[in-house]
Design a protein around this ligand. Structure first.
Ligand code: ZN
Length: 308
């Protein structure tokens, strides 16, 4: 990997970010120079900025700390894998916390002007015509977080070292936007801001072939499938007088369906018949199926997110 020629190289100075086009089949490496620096990250479809990385979707599929072997997903209705985490030498990333913002530093610390991820992202994205409203929830690289209670999460100090890096393989053409997190008054980057090295390389055929296969499903829709495909160009919201609702499954029709169970399946059903369900066999069956699905396809699995 390191012997490969770099197609692009850049040093992110503290207080800055950089918008970097990464074509499908290329790898963006984000590397520590001194160590101990958090990097916030945004990612857009290079040809349609309305599709971008969705931290909620990614968190649901891969858990709170996506690392090597997981995907960066876009949100519904696209729900595509935009990038694949090919390598992660430190292994501590976060999708629990939002980007830090100017308001955070003023309200919590009294700084009315302070480096912050939102404003750095906005300035970096401006090179490609995006506005401050286009900055999305960040994927926080080299950020050590943990769930500290039933309703709380905390940030802890980190010990990433010089040379630690995350390699993101683009599965489609993207605009990747990493920035040096502006938090020097928190444990996020151990109370100081340090530079970060960026480079783009071509992936090998073997690396591309090694990406787990993700099924392409009919429910993944693009603007070609939208009833309204154009982007609204003004800011005021007004009702369309010609609007007629066309919800896909409305009105809801409920039909009883007979299901034949094997003896083994029937035993599972009996075992799952908690008081919660009373005599409702169908509810118990749905719970069994959901548990089966959850165990196979939710957080912590290899990344394959759907039943094929
Ligand atoms: Zn930040």
């Amino acid at each position: 990997m390191t012997a490969r020629p770099a197609l692009f190289e850049w040093t992110l100075a503290p207080g800055t970010g950089k918008a970097v086009p990464v074509k499908a089949g290329q790898i963006l490496r984000i590397a520590q120079i001194e160590g101990g620096q958090c990097v916030d990250f945004n990612c857009f479809n290079l040809h349609d900025y309305k599709e971008f990385m969705h931290c909620g979707r990614t968190r649901t599929v891969h858990g709170f700390h996506p690392s090597r072997g997981t995907f960066l997903w876009s949100g519904p209705p696209r729900e595509r894998a935009l990038m694949y985490i090919l390598e992660d030498t430190y292994g501590r990333n976060d999708v629990l916390f939002p980007r830090c913002s100017a308001y955070l530093y003023e309200s919590a610390y009294g700084f009315d002007t302070h480096t912050n991820c939102h404003d750095i992202q906005a300035e970096a994205q401006r090179e490609y015509g995006l506005t401050p409203d286009d900055v999305h929830d960040s994927f926080n690289l080299f950020m050590c977080t943990e769930v500290s209670g039933p309703h709380a999460a905390t940030i802890t100090r980190q010990d990433s070292r010089a040379g630690d890096h995350v390699d993101l393989l683009a599965l489609t053409d993207v605009l990747a936007v990493p920035n040096v997190c502006g938090a020097d008054v928190m444990r996020t980057s151990n109370f100081s801001l340090k530079p970060i090295a960026l480079s783009v390389f071509a992936a090998t055929a073997a690396e591309i072939a090694g990406v787990p296969k993700v099924p392409i499903l009919r429910s993944q829709r693009t603007p070609r499938d939208f009833r309204k495909a154009t982007i609204k160009a003004d800011r005021e919201l007004r009702a369309d007088p010609g609007y007629v609702p066309q919800f896909a499954n409305a009105p809801i029709v409920t039909t009883d369906v007979a299901v034949t169970l094997s003896g083994e399946e029937m035993a599972l059903l009996r075992a799952a018949k908690l008081p919660l369900y009373g005599d409702d066999d169908a509810a118990a069956l749905r719970d069994i199926l959901f548990t089966w699905w959850e165990e196979r396809f939710l957080a912590g699995n290899s990344g394959a997110p759907a039943i094929d």
